[in-house]
Write a protein that binds this ligand. Structure first.
Ligand SMILES: Cc1ncc(COP(=O)(O)O)c(C=O)c1O
Length: 338
């Protein structure tokens, strides 16, 4: 079995909880929650699983510098900047637009970790990758060894973090006697769900569990039309599992649904009321950008309670801080992220 390089940063496994309180806010269904908001590195969140493999790859390639792409509210770039600082890697972060007068917490955090910030001056998010590639060329010419990371860390290497998370959750499901489950998670760049899908399709651990499991995996796309993203996720999942044995014990179907609602990083009064109700009644921190949207989709579906539902909480604590400090609702919300 191939073991890709990775550094150990997260506190794993993350908790797997039965949460009737969250179920009550969503309309009565008891629900299970995979607490990837509690990944145990800085403020937690899904991306630290991705970062473990990106940094492992960068170090294995002898890189000394990381060039990151991410919007001003990106949880990923903020967390990556801290993780790189701890590993002695320099960070350059490229964001679209211009430097905001008031920095969102995520941007301020990246800067505090030592990231050198660059702004593309354009509202077009795809400018980030172009500017980052040119910056990496310049750094190379200066004698550095840069590792280039696209938005959300959504590469095949980054997806490995969630491929391993699939084995982790299978073990927890088995311990709770669950053999069929519907998993719901928010999707931005698609890197996390691609990895998870790969981990349900292919064997990533030496001792893969042979007990049968039936999985319905649902991604709620919050930033891009689902039709634009579906094929890329599928391709990444396949590439991530290339060369590995197919898992015969897991029957996994997946779909990507549109959960953009009011638009990426925009929320309406219903979003705000739901997030507020969940936070007050469950103690879970819920951001309006990712988890608020996915949980609203879940509430509106009225999925059958006969089949256990697992909500995959992906974190977003920095955006919660921005949201709580917002000007009085209704307001134009924050900047775009991934
Ligand atoms: C809190 C949170 N949830 C979900 C996501 C979506 O993850 P992905 O970009 O891997 O689809 C992100 C992406 O940055 C995130 O920060």
């Amino acid at each position: 079995m191939i073991t890709p390089p990775h550094v150990s940063l997260a506190a794993l496994p993350t908790p797997f909880q039965h949460r009737p309180d969250l179920g009550a806010v969503l309309g009565g269904k008891a629900i299970w929650v995979k607490r990837d908001d509690l990944t145990g590195y800085s403020w937690g969140g899904n991306k630290i699983r991705t970062i473990e493999y990106l940094i492992g790859d960068a170090e294995a390639q002898g890189c000394d510098t990381v060039v990151l792409c991410g919007g001003p509210t990106s949880n990923f770039t903020a967390l990556m900047a801290y993780a790189c600082a701890a590993r002695g890697l320099s960070v350059f972060q490229v964001s679209y637009g211009n430097e905001p007068e008031v920095k969102p917490v995520a941007l301020a955090a990246g800067e505090a970790a030592g990231a050198v910030l660059h702004f593309t001056g354009s509202s077009d998010r795809s400018t980030m990758e172009e500017v980052a590639a040119a910056l990496a060329d310049r750094l190379r010419a200066e004698g550095r060894h840069p590792y280039l990371v696209p938005r959300g860390g959504a590469t095949v290497v980054g997806a490995l973090g969630y491929a391993h998370a699939a084995s982790e959750v299978r073990c927890q499901l088995r311990q709770c006697g669950i053999h069929a489950v519907t998993i719901v998670m928010p999707v931005g760049s698609g890197g996390s769900i691609a990895g998870l899908l790969s981990g349900f399709l292919f064997a990533f651990e030496e001792d893969e569990e042979a007990l049968p499991l039936d999985v319905d995996l649902i991604g709620v796309s919050v930033s891009r039309p689902a039709d634009e993203l579906r094929a890329a996720i599928e391709a990444k999942a396949q590439a991530c599992g290339a060369g590995r044995a197919r898992l015969t014990s897991v029957d996994c179907r997946w779909r990507l649904v549109d959960g953009r609602g009011a638009g990426f990083n925009h929320y309406d009064a219903d979003d705000a009321a739901l997030v507020d109700a969940i936070m007050r009644r469950s103690g879970l921190l819920i951001d309006t950008t990712y988890n608020g949207k996915a949980l609203r989709w879940l509430r509106d579906q009225r999925l059958s309670a006969a089949r256990p539902i697992l909500y995959w909480h992906t974190g977003g604590a920095l955006a919660v801080a921005d949201w709580l400090a917002r000007p009085a609702f209704p307001s134009t919300p924050h900047l775009e992220t991934t």
